[in-house]
Design a protein around this ligand. Structure first.
Ligand SMILES: Cc1ncc(COP(=O)(O)O)c(C=O)c1O
Length: 555
C-alpha cells in the first residue's frame, strides 16, 4: 500500500512540485536496528584463453580472480581463478595495457606468455604514460564485509578510502545501520510521489536537516544530486526576486575555480575551464565571476584559513558597480572550494561577501555539497564560519551517498515569497520524479542517526588537527609546492610535468595505489578527505603512504 501523507493546504501548495520546501513540522525519525552485512562471493568462471591484443588484467571484484579484458571490445574474455591477491597495477609505456603484478612480477594468465606482457615501466619518468581511460575500466568495488568499513577494493584487497568516496561517505562503506534502513524501507514503501504531497519521513528529514543546520525555521527542497541542488537553488533565487516584483534581478555571480556540478546552470556559474570551453554554447547568459582566492605567492602552506586575501571580497562591489545590483539575483560560492583542490577562504572573506550581498539585496547561496554534514567538523560550513547564507545546497554525505539525494535549504521568507498565489496553483514550477525518494530518505535518517550516536561530526573536528599536522609534514617532499587544509580535508599541490598538465598527480595516484591508498587527483593536485570513522593512526599511515608515493615518482 502506498502510504503517503496528504499535507495541509498550505504545504500541499508548497509541494506543488517535488515536496517544495517541506514543512518543518514533524519529528522523531525511525531508528532502524543494525543488521550484519551479508557477503556475496561471485562464482568463478573459466573461459577460453584470451586472444592476443591489448588487454587489461584486473581481478574480479570481491573474489580476487583475474579477469582478462579485451580493450578493443571492452569485453571480459577470460576469468581465471587466482587464489592470490595481486599487489598492484602497472601501465605499459604505450599507455594501453594495464596488468596486475604479483609481488612485483608481471603475472600472465594460462595461455599467455609472460614475456609478451610489457614489464612495469619504471624508466624515464617512472610509470610511463598513464591511460586514464583504461584506468577507468578498473571496477572499484566496496568491500561491505570489511570490519572497519573503510575499504574500497579494486582487487579484493583493502584500500584506504582517502577521499571518502567522492567526499561523500564519511561513515565508510555499507554501514550496517544505513544498509538496514534501506532494506527495511524497500519492503514498506519503495516509491512515493513528491508532487502535491510528500511521505512522512521526508518531512521528518527536512526537520532534522534544518535543525542540524541551526536554522529550524528554514525549508528544504529535495532533489537527487548536487548538480540538481545547484540548478534548483539558481531557479529559486531568480524566481524569488520575480515573485517579489524585482524581475530584473536575473544575473548570477559565481567564482573562478568554482565547481557546482554538471547541470547547465552549474557549469555556467562554475569556474572550471574544461566545462566552459567544451560546452560554451550551452552556458546560461547573465553570469559573471568573482576571482578565486588561491594565491600561492601569498598563502602557500597556510594551515587552515589563510590570513591573506579578505580584500578579494571587494571584487563583488566592483561587479555590483559594473552590472548594478538591480540586475543581480544571487552570488553562489562553495564556502570551501573542494573539487578544485581545497581552496580555503581567507579570514574575513566570507563575512565580507555576506555583508555586500545583504547591502545590495543579493541572495547568498552556499554550495555545501562537500562541506555539508560535518566535513569541517561542524554540521555545515556556515556553522563553522558563522556566516549564514540565504540558500544552501547539499547532497553527498546527507545519506553517506548510499542512494542519490540532495536538496536546497531556503530561508523561510524565501519560501513564503512563493506562497502568494491562488491556493490551487503550483508556486514553483520545478521538481523531480525521484525527489525525496523513500530509500534515499531512509538512508539519510540512518546516516543522521549514526552521525549523532557515534559523535562523528565531533570526531571530524577532533581529527582535523591530526590531519593538519600530518599533511603539512609533507612539506619539502618531492614535487610538493603547496599544502592546504581545513577540517577533515586537505590538498597537496604538485609541480607539473613540463608540457603534460595533470600527469604528475596521476603518477602519484598510481604509486599511492601500491601503498593501499585511494586518493583523488585533479589537475596538479591530490586531495584527501578521510572518513570520519578513521582513526588518528590511519590518518598517519595515509600520509606516510603518500610520502612514499611522492618519493617513488621521479622528478
Ligand atoms: C560543491 C559541489 N557542488 C555540486 C556538486 C555536484 O554534485 P553531484 O555530482 O552530486 O551532481 C559537487 C560534486 O562534487 C560539488 O563538489
Amino acid at each position: 500500500m502506498l502510504r503517503v501523507r496528504a499535507t495541509s493546504a498550505r504545504v500541499a501548495r508548497a509541494s506543488g512540485a517535488a515536496l517544495f520546501f517541506t514543512l518543518a513540522a514533524c519529528s522523531g525519525a525511525s531508528r532502524p536496528a543494525p543488521s550484519p552485512e551479508a557477503s556475496a562471493a561471485p562464482a568463478t568462471t573459466l573461459a577460453p584463453a584470451a586472444p592476443a591484443g591489448p588487454r587489461l588484467y584486473v581481478t574480479n571484484e570481491r573474489s580476487g580472480d583475474l579477469s582478462v579484458i579485451d580493450l578493443a571490445s571492452k569485453t571480459v574474455v577470460a576469468t581465471v581463478p587466482l587464489g592470490k591477491r595481486p599487489r598492484g597495477v602497472r601501465v605499459s609505456p604505450d599507455g594501453t595495457v594495464l596488468y596486475v603484478a604479483l609481488s612485483g612480477s608481471p603475472f600472465a594468465p594460462p595461455g599467455v606468455d609472460e614475456k609478451t606482457l610489457p614489464p612495469p615501466d619504471r624508466s624515464a619518468d617512472g610509470i610511463g604514460v598513464v591511460d586514464v581511460r583504461a584506468l577507468k575500466l578498473l571496477r572499484v568495488m566496496p568491500v561491505g564485509t570489511d570490519p572497519e568499513q573503510l575499504a574500497l577494493s579494486k582487487d579484493g584487497r583493502r584500500l584506504f578510502d582517502c577521499l571518502s568516496g567522492l567526499w561523500c561517505s564519511p561513515l565508510g562503506h555499507s554501514h550496517p545501520k544505513v544498509v538496514a534502513a534501506i532494506r527495511k524501507q524497500v519492503d514498506t514503501l519503495d516509491y512515493a510521489p513528491a508532487f502535491q504531497m510528500g511521505h512522512e519521513p521526508a518531512f521528518q528529514l527536512a526537520t532534522r536537516i534544518v535543525e542540524l543546520a541551526g536554522r529550524p525555521n528554514d525549508r528544504v527542497f529535495f532533489v537527487n544530486s548536487g548538480s540538481e541542488a545547484v540548478d534548483t537553488a539558481l531557479k529559486i533565487a531568480v524566481a524569488y526576486h520575480r515573485m517579489r516584483g524585482e524581475a530584473s534581478r536575473t544575473r548570477i555571480i559565481g567564482r573562478e575555480r568554482g565547481y557546482h556540478g554538471v547541470g547547465l546552470g552549474g557549469i555556467s556559474i562554475g569556474g572550471m575551464v574544461a566545462n566552459r570551453k567544451m560546452f560554451a554554447p550551452l552556458m546560461i547568459p547573465g553570469v559573471d565571476h568573482l576571482p578565486h582566492t588561491w594565491n600561492p605567492a601569498e598563502m602557500a602552506y597556510s594551515r587552515g584559513q589563510p590570513t591573506w586575501g579578505a580584500h578579494l571580497a571587494e571584487e563583488l562591489e566592483r561587479l555590483v558597480a559594473l552590472h548594478d545590483a538591480s540586475t543581480i539575483a544571487a552570488v553562489i560560492i562553495e564556502p570551501m572550494q573542494g573539487s578544485t583542490g581545497v581552496v580555503v577562504p581567507p579570514r574575513g572573506y566570507l563575512e565580507r561577501i555576506r555583508e555586500i550581498c545583504t547591502k545590495h539585496g543579493i541572495l547568498l547561496i552556499f554550495d555545501e555539497v562537500i562541506t555539508g554534514f560535518g566535513r569541517l567538523g561542524a554540521p555545515f560550513a556556515a556553522n563553522y564560519f558563522n556566516v549564514q547564507p540565504d540558500l544552501t545546497t547539499f547532497a553527498k554525505a546527507v545519506n553517506n551517498a548510499s542512494v542519490p539525494l540532495g536538496g536546497v535549504i531556503a530561508r523561510d521568507d524565501i519560501y513564503q515569497a512563493f506562497m502568494t498565489g491562488p491556493a490551487h496553483a503550483i508556486e514553483f514550477f520545478h521538481g523531480y520524479t525521484y525527489s525525496a525518494h523513500p530509500l534515499a530518505v531512509a538512508a539519510a535518517h540512518a546516516t543522521l542517526d549514526v552521525l549523532a550516536e557515534e559523535r562523528l561530526i565531533e570526531r571530524a573536528a577532533e581529527l582535523a588537527p591530526v590531519l593538519e599536522k600530518a599533511v603539512h609534514s609533507l612539506k619539502g617532499e618531492p614535487h610538493v609546492t603547496d599544502i592546504r587544509n581545513l577540517g577533515l580535508a586537505a590538498a597537496i599541490e604538485l609541480a607539473p610535468v613540463s608540457g603534460q598538465p595533470g600527469l604528475k598527480a596521476v603518477k602519484v595516484f598510481e604509486r599511492a595505489l601500491d601503498e593501499g591508498l585511494l586518493v583523488r587527483f585533479g589537475g596538479e593536485c591530490l586531495a584527501v578527505a578521510p572518513p570520519f570513522v578513521s582513526t588518528a593512526e590511519e590518518i598517519g599511515s595515509m600520509i606516510e603512504g603518500l610520502r612514499r608515493a611522492l618519493r617513488a615518482v621521479p622528478a
